[in-house]
Design a protein around this ligand. Structure first.
Ligand SMILES: NC(=O)c1ccc[n+]([C@@H]2O[C@H](COP(=O)([O-])OP(=O)(O)OC[C@H]3O[C@@H](n4cnc5c(N)ncnc54)[C@H](OP(=O)(O)O)[C@@H]3O)[C@@H](O)[C@H]2O)c1
Length: 333
């Protein structure tokens, strides 16, 4: 089977395609014929060597996959060969076969394609945990989403709308504005303005009758973080998800005190590893939102296996609105 592998950290094009023997399931693991892979921003960090969790080289990167169970190891319950599943793994998805712990796999509902499932993994789980678990969102509140046309951001817009929020979507181009409006955003916040520090608050207050944002979901960091803190409502909650804008900001704690604001962080993979039962419950809720039509992963482009490095490069350059997906072995069904 073919597998992309990182021998030396570097650009996506530095990954090598290696021919490896078919995988054999270890006890309490299963082997999946991968049909589709979702590309995530953290994949670019893993390949370049800038991510916090890096396995010894050579290794196969890739976190989001959908496919068909090929074989199950001893002690695996609830899955059998032929099952259509999606899974989020720490590494190993960028290959024709992947080893998956059953606690990280979910049976696909009828009608959800492999490609949509691969696009609906990590970013939707992350957005849901950020909004509900860390952000303590309550139905009807106002949610401000930074980087709202990106993978996590667009998932957050759809989930928040599906859960009854008023959604303010922060973007920085007209093309992104069209994407978030299509996803149901109630108001669009322009993040390209020169004076974001004051202007963000002015825009959020204009869109909320001076109330501010009850929950802020921040995958950007940098200037957005400080500005969004000032745009939070009384008792607002800001959730740090990532630093796609580059810089890691610091908190001016006087803001927290003055408006009773909370800042929390989210590292979704910790939930995956420590509380798989909660992750499973969230996945069922995400499937329910999908069945209700509230959640529809936006796949910007489907790439063939051979062009996986190009997909990764586009994500690294921030040129993907929604998700880039790689199809493997005729994976559309
Ligand atoms: N904590 C967790 O568990 C977890 C899980 C998944 C992801 N993450 C992190 O979350 C972040 C986002 O991931 P993603 O998959 O959503 O990435 P993505 O698909 O590349 O989206 C990033 C978005 O941020 C926007 N952006 C970048 N710089 C900006 C700036 N200076 N001002 C305004 N917008 C800006 C991009 O817009 P443009 O197209 O205009 O550049 C893009 O829409 C990453 O840092 C990732 O590592 C964290």
């Amino acid at each position: 089977m073919r597998s992309y592998r990182v021998w030396e950290h570097g650009a996506p094009s530095s990954m090598q395609v290696d021919l490896l023997p078919d995988l054999v399931p270890a006890p309490r693991e299963m082997i999946v014929d991968v049909k589709a892979v979702g590309i995530n921003f953290p994949d670019t960090l893993v390949v370049s060597g800038k991510y916090q969790v890096l396995p010894p080289r050579p290794f196969t990167p890739g976190k989001d996959l959908a496919g068909v169970v090929r074989a199950v190891g001893a002690g695996v319950e609830g899955f059998s060969s032929g099952d259509r599943i999606m899974a989020q793994v720490e590494h190993g998805a960028f290959a024709e076969q992947a080893s998956v712990p059953p606690s990280q796999a979910f049976l696909l509902p009828d009608g959800l394609s492999f490609e949509a499932a691969a696009a609906m993994g990590l970013v939707y789980q992350t957005a849901y945990f950020a909004l509900v678990e860390r952000g303590q969102y309550k139905r009807g509140e106002t949610v401000l989403v930074g980087g709202a046309a990106g993978g996590v951001g667009l998932a957050a817009v759809q989930i928040a709308k599906g859960l009854g929020a008023r959604v303010l979507a922060g973007v920085r181009s007209a093309a992104e504005e069209a994407v978030v409006r299509e996803a149901g955003a109630d108001a669009v916040i322009d993040l390209s303005v020169a004076d974001l520090r004051d202007n963000l608050r002015a825009q959020v207050h204009a869109a909320t009758d001076g109330h501010g944002a009850d929950v802020v979901l921040d995958p950007l960091g940098a200037d957005f973080f400080a500005a969004a803190l000032r745009a939070a409502a009384w008792c607002g909650r800001l959730v740090v998800i990532g630093f796609a804008a580059g810089d890691i900001p610091t908190v001016k704690v006087n803001y927290l005190l003055v408006k009773n604001i909370s800042v929390s962080g989210l590292q979704w993979s910790d939930y995956r590893d420590r509380t798989p039962e909660l992750v499973l419950k969230v996945q069922q809720e995400l499937f329910d939102l999908w069945r209700a039509g509230a959640v529809r992963p936006r796949i910007m482009r489907v790439f063939p296996f051979e062009e996986l490095p190009e997909a990764l490069e586009l994500v690294a350059q921030g040129k993907v609105q929604g998700k880039a997906v790689v199809s493997i072995g005729g994976g559309a069904a």
